[in-house]
Design a binder for this molecule. Structure first.
Ligand SMILES: Cc1cc2nc3c(=O)[nH]c(=O)nc-3n(C[C@H](O)[C@H](O)[C@H](O)COP(=O)(O)OP(=O)(O)OC[C@H]3O[C@@H](n4cnc5c(N)ncnc54)[C@H](O)[C@@H]3O)c2cc1C
Length: 400
């Protein structure tokens, strides 16, 4: 049986309570727009995803008070990885970072959205999205029942496999990586690896810097102390990842610890002396961009519109989508602006997605293991060795 949702008709229904949907909900509710977020999960996921926000969105979040009453701080970083290269930006560089686990950021955004008046309905899976000239209509599965909801607009913030994007008939072309990444939190008992300036000395490997992927005999490896992101984390807990050629291996979640261990051995050429591992999984990167961000009353933002495989650009670009879409919807719903505002959103943010895809493709090209990549590396390294060159590129990454 299909029943009309008891909740009053929202002006905007957002599908997905990931970081982008939650930020958008808070922005719209802050403008007095009736907004409901429909999220299929009963509770937020604990799986580790982003470790931080890179770019101007970090500053925008701080300005909006999202970090108030927390110990989180936005940093202007002196250096930043660009594929295999390191941008040396000097003090007070143009690139900002907010180190924060994604889960924590989602909690802050959810609290803010709710405080501003957004309604967040968990355990509500959107199963169908359709539109007419004057409304978007959603069918929802909740607690074994089928509900329907109408709204002026439905926004797909429902991630890379977006139902809203499919319903809107928008294609998602792009490339799937030839590499596979394996990620985990591991405990390395005290004394098994030693700290160096800016990194660690790993027996059988030598010095490796912290927080930056680096080339190793069999791929690339990165390690970061969990306490760098969360001061309350145990001192012997680390976030590690490997990246190596995928072959025909598929992504796995959860990833068996033995496969993590084997990957570390292939990449490092020796064993990493960890005692136990949690949240291990493998991920195959994609670089894809929706062909359009709007179809009538259906719009896209965040991973539903774009996925990148490098460089920590995703949240920055997704959050800038949310700010721009909130401004466009507010203009249309509250300031009698024409619907062309929504087309302007779609066009400008699609262009931003294209730029971010270019940046991730350049990083992939620099990371390749062939003669062309080596030549590219030599020339780009020379250009970026000037602080002005590195800062120019950092400004582009900041933009989002
Ligand atoms: C291992 C890993 C590390 C990463 N590191 C970084 C990083 O350091 N920096 C960075 O910027 N980015 C990083 N990313 C990318 C970042 O996590 C994503 O860009 C971000 O989560 C996208 O947010 P979103 O809100 O657009 O989508 P999502 O976070 O995917 O949220 C989509 C939500 O929609 C819900 N949903 C989907 N379908 C439906 C439906 N039909 N009905 C109801 N709800 C639905 C899902 O349950 C989910 O909650 C990383 C990703 C991974 C996997």
């Amino acid at each position: 049986m299909v029943t009309e949702s008891r909740t009053s008709r929202p002006e905007v229904a957002i599908v997905g309570a990931g970081p982008v949907g939650l930020l958008l909900a808070g922005e719209l509710a802050g403008s007095g727009i009736r907004v409901i977020v429909l999220e299929r999960s009963e509770a937020a996921s604990d799986a580790p995803r982003a470790n931080g926000v890179v770019g101007r969105s970090a500053v925008d979040l701080a300005r909006r008070g999202v970090l108030k009453d927390t110990r989180l701080r936005v940093l202007a970083v002196p250096r930043f990885s660009f594929g295999p290269l390191v941008l040396r930006l000097g003090l007070r560089g143009p690139l900002h970072i907010l180190p924060v686990p994604q889960r924590r950021l989602e909690q802050l955004l959810e609290t803010r959205a709710t405080r501003l008046g957004a309604e967040i309905l968990r355990g509500h899976e959107v199963t169908t999205v359709a539109q007419s000239e004057d409304a978007a209509r959603l069918e929802i599965r909740h607690d074994g029942s089928a509900l329907t909801m109408t709204a002026d607009y439905a926004i797909g913030c429902d991630g890379a496999h977006s139902l809203v994007r499919h319903a809107a008939g928008i294609a998602f072309p792009g490339l799937t990586d030839d590499d596979i990444s394996r990620i985990a939190r591991v405990t390395i008992p005290r004394g098994r690896i030693s700290r160096t300036r800016g990194g660690f000395d790993i027996p059988g490997v030598g010095p490796v810097s912290a927080m930056h992927p680096q080339r190793m005999p069999g791929g690339s490896f990165s390690i970061a102390p969990a306490a760098a992101l969360d001061r309350t984390a145990p001192r012997d807990l680390y976030l590690i990842s490997t990246r190596e050629t995928r072959g025909d291996t598929a992504a796995q979640d959860p990833l068996p610890v033995e496969e993590l261990r084997a990957s570390l051995r292939r990449v490092l050429g020796t064993d990493l002396p960890f005692a136990d591992a949690s949240n291990a999984r493998s991920v195959v990167g994609n670089c894809r961009l929706a062909t359009a961000y709007r179809s009538g009353r259906l719009l896209l933002a965040g991973d539903a519109a774009h996925v990148f495989n490098a460089g920590g650009a995703s949240l920055n670009v997704g959050f800038q989508d949310a700010f721009a879409l909130s401004a466009a919807l507010t203009a249309v719903l509250r300031q009698c602006a024409a619907e062309t505002e929504l087309d302007a959103y779609a066009d400008t943010r699609h262009a931003a997605g294209e730029r971010a895809i270019d940046h991730t493709r350049i990083q992939a090209a620099l990371s390749a293991d062939d003669e062309n990549a080596r030549a590219l590396n030599t020339v780009i390294t020379a250009l970026l060795s000037r602080r002005s060159g590195a800062r120019t590129l950092a400004r582009l990454l900041e933009e989002g």
